[in-house]
Design a protein around this ligand. Structure first.
Ligand code: ZN
Length: 83
């Protein structure tokens, strides 16, 4: 019994790839310089299968800053939480 958790809330982070509901294993930190200040970090989550696909998507646009294991991801101060 854990009354602090709302019923039906799902704390497991899932992959950001379209249509994918796998558990996320990677955090992709990115920044779009036309929209964001340089220190701002947007984050996508990726499962093992989609890490490369999502990295490439961001990489070809020059947005990708970092790919970090979800376990090792430390949210920079002032950034949005991965979701
Ligand atoms: Zn995925």
């Amino acid at each position: 019994m854990n009354s602090s958790n709302a019923p039906g809330s799902d704390e497991t982070p899932t992959c950001s790839a379209k249509g994918c509901r796998d558990a996320a294993e990677w955090v992709l930190a990115w920044n779009n310089p036309t929209l964001h200040t340089p220190e701002r970090r947007k984050t996508w989550l990726a499962c093992e299968e989609h890490r490369e696909h999502l990295s490439q998507f961001l990489g070809v646009r020059g947005f990708l800053k970092d790919v970090v294991k979800l376990d090792e991801w430390v949210q920079p101060e002032g950034s949005e939480r991965p979701r």
